[in-house]
Design a protein around this ligand. Structure first.
Ligand SMILES: NC(=O)c1ccc[n+]([C@@H]2O[C@H](COP(=O)([O-])OP(=O)(O)OC[C@H]3O[C@@H](n4cnc5c(N)ncnc54)[C@H](O)[C@@H]3O)[C@@H](O)[C@H]2O)c1
Length: 253
């Protein structure tokens, strides 16, 4: 396959739905062999079938990103299958419950932090270990507009995504000399099944959140995927430690 990621190996967590699926498909269109990881097999396998149906190469690995041993096995499987790991998109995440800080339960806080922040840490740790052995690579993490500014009603989510921004900048400066670039995307509200989790698929709520975006609409998973592919490509060879807003102008206000 030809393309900006031709013959590279790319890993996507949360690849069974939404932004992760769109990015897995975009990686494959760019020529990469794609390892699709998700805690839910059905969606991940569907993503793999779609890639294969279009003539691409992909593998599904079931993985819960909150479990270190499963993340280790995931990266080991990717390398055992394809030999290397050039690109990694740490994207698995959950919205968690809605409610201001005084209403946020400890269980909700712990679960959201485990998936969205610890999960990204565990994945990055394994990916970096592999990339050090092969002399470089590119990692992109999914943060959020809620990783850059406060977000009423989702304190645990906002804390987790601010944490992802911190992990991203730190690893970027730690490994820049080792030819490993580490960036994040910070999406605004994107049309994915996650909107349903926080009640935002209700038409009234949706009209409300559209107003947050100067561009006047929600984003699509494909618009985030395009940014991720660019950040992983050689076109972004001098870009590291960036937390790139893909948000229709939301945090520019
Ligand atoms: N949709 C938005 O508006 C929006 C905005 C900003 C950031 N994000 C972030 O984008 C990322 C993708 O979200 P999405 O909107 O595509 O949601 P989604 O619900 O469509 O997809 C998330 C995927 O992650 C998987 N997942 C959940 N927990 C997991 C775990 N423990 N281990 C492995 N996989 C797990 C799910 O099974 C699902 O396939 C998340 O990190 C989310 O926080 C989304």
């Amino acid at each position: 396959m030809v393309g900006e990621l031709a013959a590279k190996v790319a890993l996507v967590t949360g690849g069974g739905s939404g932004i992760g699926r769109a990015t897995a498909l975009a990686f494959a269109r760019a020529g990469a062999r794609v390892v699709v990881a998700d805690v839910l097999a059905e969606g991940g396998e569907e993503t793999v079938r779609t890639i294969q149906g279009a003539g691409g190469e992909a593998l599904f690995v079931r993985c819960d990103v909150t479990v270190a041993a499963e993340v280790e096995a995931l990266v080991a499987r990717a390398v055992a299958t394809y030999g290397r790991l050039e690109c990694a998109f740490n994207n698995a995440g959950i919205g968690g419950g809605l409610g201001a800080t005084a209403e946020c339960t400890e269980e909700n806080f712990d679960r959201v932090l485990a998936v969205n922040l610890k999960g990204v840490f565990l994945c990055m740790r394994e990916e970096i270990r592999q990339m050090l052995t092969q002399g470089g690579g590119a990692i992109v993490n999914t943060a959020s507009a809620a990783g850059l500014v406060g977000a009423q009603g989702i304190p645990a989510y906002a804390a987790s995504k601010h944490g992802v921004v911190g992990l991203t900048k730190t690893a970027a400066v730690e490994y820049a000399r080792k030819r490993i670039r580490v960036n994040a995307v910070c999406p605004g509200w994107i049309q994915t099944p996650m909107l349903g989790q926080v009640g935002a698929d209700n038409p009234k709520f949706e009209t409300g959140i559209v107003r947050f975006h100067p561009i006047g609409r929600l984003g699509t998973p494909e618009e985030v995927a395009a940014a991720v592919v660019w950040l992983c490509s050689d076109a972004a060879s001098f870009v590291t430690g960036l937390n790139m807003s893909v948000d229709g102008g939301l945090v520019a206000q």
